[in-house]
Design a protein around this ligand. Sequence first.
Ligand SMILES: NC(=O)CCC(=O)C(=O)O
Length: 289
Amino acid sequence: MIQVALLQTDIHFKEPLRNFETVGGLFEEAMAARQKPDVVILPEDWSCGFSQEMFHHMADFIEPEGGPSVSFLRDLARRHRVWVVGGSIGTQFSDGKMRNTTFLIDREGNIAGDYSKTHLYSDMDEDLPYSQGDRNAVFETEWGKVAFMICYDIRFCELSRGYALEGAEALIVTSNFPNPRLNHWKTLLTARAIENQMFVIACNRVGTSPMGSYFGHSLVIDPFGEILAEGGEKQEIVTAQVDFSAVKTIRETIHMFRDRQPHLYSRALLTPNTLQEERREALRRLSER
Ligand SMILES: NC(=O)CCC(=O)C(=O)O
């Protein structure tokens, strides 16, 4: 059984120092609770916000590997001896590529893994500066096997099914999911939990950015699809106890993984996405102008 704390923060666009202060304050509050968390989770782009403007001016937002945001979180993890899922941080890696990346930090402050957003939100031009992540790993922790999604990723059930087949017991989601799509948020996350028989632990932000406003409603959903905790629409810490043995219980009750028929599923799932090829071609032509 572990205790999770989701910091549902109000992110101030382009104001990292102010956001560090908010996260630092909420972190102390979470750690002072009677039930100390084992893992603290932050929203997507917790240190600077998410908007189209950002994707056209990345120099103002991007951090190098080991930059100030991840160093700040590693220090908090080490000081409080707690795991941290570092929301996401726009990071330029040593291969020169920029990615929207979540860092998993252990109790000693070491980076135990990272996940870069697979599905970039092209309707907001997120795919202009960023490269998609291509290492969709499941990570073994002292509390269970976990995998990650970032915001828009939750619309793509194939990714979470792959994680479940690789043994993930919990899907941790970090988000800037905006109004008016609360219905999508709750429905998609609940579906991901039920269809994969795993926990979904999803941290969303509140407040506003140039892109719009955010409804919060961070969620902890068990593998039966029951909501264990849900945030409101204000800045707050959402907590829940997560008992990973529930995954075994549901998987031994309804044998979905035994009954799958992958050879009968559409071959279209594996054929290349031609719409994406078209988008890449259009962007290439634009860059040549
Ligand atoms: N930050 C995001 O990926 C936004 C995604 C979104 O608005 C949606 O899926 O709806």
